[in-house]
Design a protein. Sequence first.
Length: 510
Amino acid sequence: MDLLLLLQKTLVSLFSAVAAAILISKLRGKRLNLPPGPFALPIVGSWLQIGNNLGHHDFTNYAKKFGQLFLLRMGQRNIAVISSTELAREVLLTRGKEFGSRSRNIVYDIFTGKGQDLVFAEYGDHWRKMRRIMSVPFFTNRVVQQYRREWETEVAKVVEEVRRNPAAAEEGVVLRRRLELMVYNNVYKMMFDKRFDSEEDPLFVKLKSVNGERSKLGQSLEYNFGDFVPILRPFLRGYLKTCREVMSRRLNIYKDSFIHQKKKSVVATRNGMVEKNIDLKCGIDHFLEAQKNGEINEDNVLFIVENMNAAAIDTTVWALEWAIAELINNPRIQAKLRTEIDTVLGPKNQVTEPDTHKLPYLQAVIKETLRLRMIVPCLVPHMNLHQANLGGYDIPAECRIYINAWWLANNPAHWGKPEEFRPKRFLEEESNVQVNGNNIKYIPFGVGRRNCPGMLIAMAVLGITLGSLVQNFELLPPPGQSKIDMAENSGQFATRMLNHATIVLKPRYV
Ligand code: HEM
């Protein structure tokens, strides 16, 4: 009965909305010179034709048909996709302020408290403040130098555990699981001066589970229809309720298990004990200090923790997974990397962060991984708050803007044989291209105001981890398999490996 009523209401709303949309479009006339794109119906736009085919490969194909700037009208959302270096430069750099906001969907409205965080905040004072407050404890080279020994120790523990596990050298292990623990430890050390002893640590299990649920719910494409076509939103009621529940469980864990614990220990310290413990030691000390000074509120503190869990951990683990898989599928490249490490460092001298800068081929392997297997292939969507003109077209206000960064880095017009995994290109014809976006055709971390502030951390962790693994083990596919399956899973913003690979790690030194 309820469902029937809902259906009736939906149909009535649908007809009224169609009539209203036709009327509005007639009244507006053809005043906007919109970019080309597929045919769009009132209400649903091009959603019926396009569906959820909104990945970077789909965008690459549409660009061949509609051009370097095209517009998808997906119900209430306008999505502009940019596939040229010139327009990307304009959006990210020359007119970075104008296009520097973020477009959220209904699920990310829930997960970010409508942009109270940093990643999905509108461009403006709040975003500036959050980015400044997070910079000191996370985003500088000083931080890398402060934590790099901890990160080196974490990798050494992985190496030791794998070496002691006979299965790793024979049938193989899903190394990703252990690497995930390592990256959690790296990030939690910076945030809370905390580490988890094992994959079975109950708090780690709890965190991994809620963060995993959040990632799955957020990355899924199955809620797009309700985001695009608001009158269909009642059908998403259950999904959105689950999102709200997961969000509140997650924030409660951060609050109860970390933030409140920290507050208690600060009070205990202030009540006459070891004074030097009040020094700002890790991220949370900085945030509580900013809260005490009235710069941010408790919700902002929670969203900083939320963002670090979402932006710092999965991205790094996924990049490691892709890099390891490429090294296994390209044994000659793996061997060449090992030779470089042995030659530059001498046998058995374990790779440290400063060493990674003396290993150009290691840097090239990382760059090539982030080129071919770009983790955030269309960047985190940008948005213009006001109507704008771009490439001769009108871009409606609050348009979601995707920069197809993957295509910029894989366009055969700008790259030799881009489909090949060939790190050497970054030592030869592309030797001037850095990860910091000095050349707009290669922006795995974005560029400009909203670029990835975690780039230095990510590059350090990737370098130490891959260097150590290749130095200590021969990485191989599992018995009976000649290659690792490189199938992709593209979600709302990120692309990861579809299947977590089992890999064999044969120790080099016994
Ligand atoms: C391989 C690892 C990583 C990759 C590929 C990556 C990539 C990106 C990309 C493409 C963006 C969006 C840029 C844009 O929209 O213009 C971004 C934003 C961001 N990343 Fe990363 N990231 C990685 C690791 C990290 C780490 C380790 C942290 C934190 C320590 C981090 C924190 C952030 C934050 C806070 C933003 C939002 C910045 C803003 O909106 O102002 N990322 N990242």
